[in-house]
Design a protein around this ligand. Sequence first.
Ligand SMILES: [Zn+2]
Length: 130
Amino acid sequence: MARFIERTKYDWWSTTWKLSIFVAVVLFAILVIYPWRGFLPTFLLILAGLWMYVSLVSRKSGYRCGNCGRAFQVPTTVNFFTTSSVGKNPDGTYYSYKTLTCPHCGKSSKARVLKRVDAQAAKGSGRLLK
Ligand SMILES: [Zn+2]
């Protein structure tokens, strides 16, 4: 079983931390791999770094449908090809969302990012969320 909670400041920090690893991979690719091996290996390394980053993030997050309010999770591939946007709450804080199609109601809406919390050390991938 997995459930979802709203993200906290700590989660933003952990996202920043993962992002900085990705930036380090990109810098390494551009400064070291590019002069040494040329364009293609550089491009592939950046792509691999981006993929790792997205899969790390998607494993730990879910989305809340803006239409029906139910939580769902998307595969890494979907996360990889959709962009995140930032919205502002009425109280002045910010939240991030993606425009995703909800598997429950089938409507496309602004889906807020949620943090995934496992109720226990669950077996399996935990992708089957209802
Ligand atoms: Zn929905």
